[in-house]
Design a protein around this ligand. Structure first.
Ligand code: ATP
Ligand code: MG
Length: 363
């Protein structure tokens, strides 16, 4: 059997090696180099986590109660968009419990056997973190139901008529699942989590605190206004805030005196083409095509994609979620439509037939 992708986390091995990052600055995902940098910026305790007040309080209670009882806490599901702190919270859960964290991910569990191998290596009180849990194989999912509920798995030995299932007890452990797509989780799996935390996008003042905190860790000098400017362009997402901070720091070091002031932040972000509302070149390109070429739509996704010279998927999955969430673009049955905010953002007059009536923009 292949060794599934699991290991004890040892963050000391993760180096905060900085590199020139040419990928899209406002991407919600992080590549592997960036994940190493992120590790250095992760809050280590619940008290250090900025924002997510409700989740912090609820999770704190779950953990404190379990500690008081001397038992492994209920399984925890962390759901929410990329870059809001799911992995961070999973590590904090293990940290707060003083328990080892075992790390794997849905895509690494392609067979039930992969999961069986992980579960059979678990010790009492371990925290098993399954990232992207919605991408696990079906057979593994069923094995996981049993493990979560009865702390047992049936390991099947052999194939065909001669196969036998050997029941195996697993010591009580805590499963922490993370998903960006809670809706894709089958009901029975979702129901077996004793606690679900939904992470929300962050407010600008929370992002501001995150930028300050990260600047402290990275030894970056920054003014209150410089920090607020970065926070305001970060799309409610700590990952993006941290990334913009690193790019603005580069600019401050090379083109200024090293301090991230309001002026430096603005000049840097203009250079990187991230505007006041956090829209990047692709986002603006989509809105621009929609308003100028298609007079606000409705226009089909494929046509719009051709107009901006991108793949359909890129427009749909990369640009649109943020544009829709921020009320610049609406998906209607007849196609994509620019909202009045889109026209205004581009500095164009809102045509008279475009109204702010939200019912016109419903799906
Ligand atoms: N509440 C927070 N306070 C401070 N920093 C945070 C917070 N949430 C996230 N971060 C920072 O944002 C970065 C991304 O967070 P994390 O990796 O936990 O996101 P994620 O939800 O697991 O994303 P993905 O869905 O892509 O796996 C980390 O570097 C982390 O330090
Ligand atoms: Mg993660």
């Amino acid at each position: 059997m292949d060794r599934p992708d699991t290991h004890h986390l040892d963050t000391d091995h993760l180096e905060a090696a900085e590199e020139v990052h040419l990928a899209r600055l406002t991407a919600v995902d992080a590549d592997s180099d960036e994940r190493a940098i992120e590790a250095a910026l992760r809050p280590r305790s619940l008290a250090e986590v900025v924002g997510q007040q409700r989740v912090r309080e609820q999770l704190g209670l779950v953990l404190d109660a379990a500690k008081a009882r001397g038992r492994a806490p209920d399984h925890v599901l962390l759901s929410g968009p990329p870059g809001l702190g799911k992995t961070t919270l999973a590590m904090i859960i293990a940290g707060e419990l003083g328990a080892p964290l075992r790390l794997t991910s849905g895509p690494a569990i392609t067979h039930a056997g992969d999961l069986a191998a992980i579960l059979s290596g678990i010790s009492e009180g371990d925290v098993l973190f399954v990232d992207e849990i919605h991408r696990m194989s079906r057979a593994a999912e069923e094995m996981l139901y049993l493990a979560m509920e009865d702390f047992r798995v049936d390991v099947v030995i052999g194939k065909g008529p001669g196969a036998t299932a050997i029941p195996l007890d697993i010591p009580p452990f805590t499963l922490v699942g993370a998903t960006t797509r809670a809706g894709l989780l089958p009901g029975p799996l979702r129901d077996r989590f004793g606690f679900t935390a939904h992470l929300e996008y962050y407010e600008p003042d929370e992002l501001d605190r995150i930028v300050h905190r990260s600047a402290g860790l990275l030894d970056v000098h920054l003014t209150a206004e410089g920090s607020a400017e970065i926070a305001g362009r970060s799309r409610g997402t700590p990952r993006i805030a941290n990334r913009l901070l690193r790019r603005v720091r580069d600019y401050a070091q090379v083109r200024a005196d090293g301090t991230v002031s309001l002026d430096v932040a603005r000049r840097a972000l203009e250079l990187y083409e991230v505007d006041e509302q956090g829209l990047d070149r692709l986002d603006r390109g989509v809105l621009d095509a929609l308003c100028r070429r298609f007079t606000g739509g409705p226009v089909g996704l494929s046509t719009l994609a051709v107009a901006v010279g991108e793949e359909r998927e890129t427009v749909e999955e990369v640009a649109e979620p943020f544009l829709v969430r921020n009320g610049f673009l609406a998906r209607t049955p007849r196609g994509r439509v620019a909202t009045p905010a889109a026209w205004e953002h581009l500095g164009l007059d809102v045509p008279r037939n475009v109204t702010g009536d939200p019912t016109l923009f419903s799906e």
